[in-house]
Design a protein around this ligand. Sequence first.
Ligand code: FES
Length: 366
Amino acid sequence: MAAPRFHELEIVKVRSETPDAVAISFAIPDELEDVFAFTPGQYLTLRADIGGEDLRRSYSICSALSETGRRTVGVKRIADGRFSGFAQTLRAGDRIEVMPPQGRFTAEIGGDHDYLLLAAGSGITPCLSIAKSVLAGEPKSTVTLLYANRNSASVMFRDDLNDLKDRYTTRFTLVHVMDEEVQDVEIMNGRLDAEKLESLAKLRVIDPKSADAIYICGPEPMIRSASAAMAALGVDGDRIRFELFTPAPGAKPAPARSDGAAVTATATGGAGQGAAVEIILDGARRTIRVDARSDTVLSAARKAGLDLPWSCAGGMCCTCRCRIVEGAATMDENFSLEPWEIEAGFTLSCQTRPGTEKLVLDFDAQ
Ligand code: FES
């Protein structure tokens, strides 16, 4: 399978969600409908030249599976966020480069399940896609969504959520938790932390133990806290999924598996110096020199003008995944590869430093 490539798409709608968040819809031409097919929970990577720099950011799709012809993402401005600030200036009619859907925080639609979704802030976007798709595509499934925000002004997709509540009165439960606004029901006030989740479970507002699948998306501290709370409540790790885009500063590699086992690359050689790294991409081969003291494979490839697939450049998204077919390497960080993938020789090129004089990386390997 070919490595993912960007496609220039037209923006057909930009809707203000909150004072600092927008929903951006892209038109998907008929010939790209299959390329942009997605599983609820996946994200799109956008690319733009901002101030002379090639910047890329990943934003979760909030569309339902049934919404063909367009894909919508939610973008919340973050402090000093160059791309998220730029995104607020986009308008209908603008064109922007978009990579096809990726990501493993997914819900395969077609069963009969009870879902528990825990979202904070802009973490609502993949959860909204999952909720809409499940409720429309699984007639017997139920969805409970716990959505944490500072106050009601920071609630994204309020209309979509209210619409789901009206349409699926017996199968969709929405609970808002706010820490800067007092709601009538005391338990709904405060931070969505482990203590809050345990209290909500005790009061049967949520029922994690009987949920078939639990999806958690938000800032890293919330994900860690919620995951720990679910474990403390006796939820099996294999029923928990979480999405991590931006680790907290200084964060250790997050568990890539739901059982909480941290994953790191196996060091298989010493630091290389000017190693010859052969890149296989779309069936073509090219060799670059990579000094492991100063560069990862991705950073060296970019300096050499090679257009490798990448998005976060932080070991989180897996867009840059490739397979070591010869030689050895180490990874600085790994927030996304599963243990079996490391066993099978996969690595993240944005984190990979050669450990042998020759290294061959196959980006076409699946
Ligand atoms: S570019 Fe995201 S993990 Fe490497």
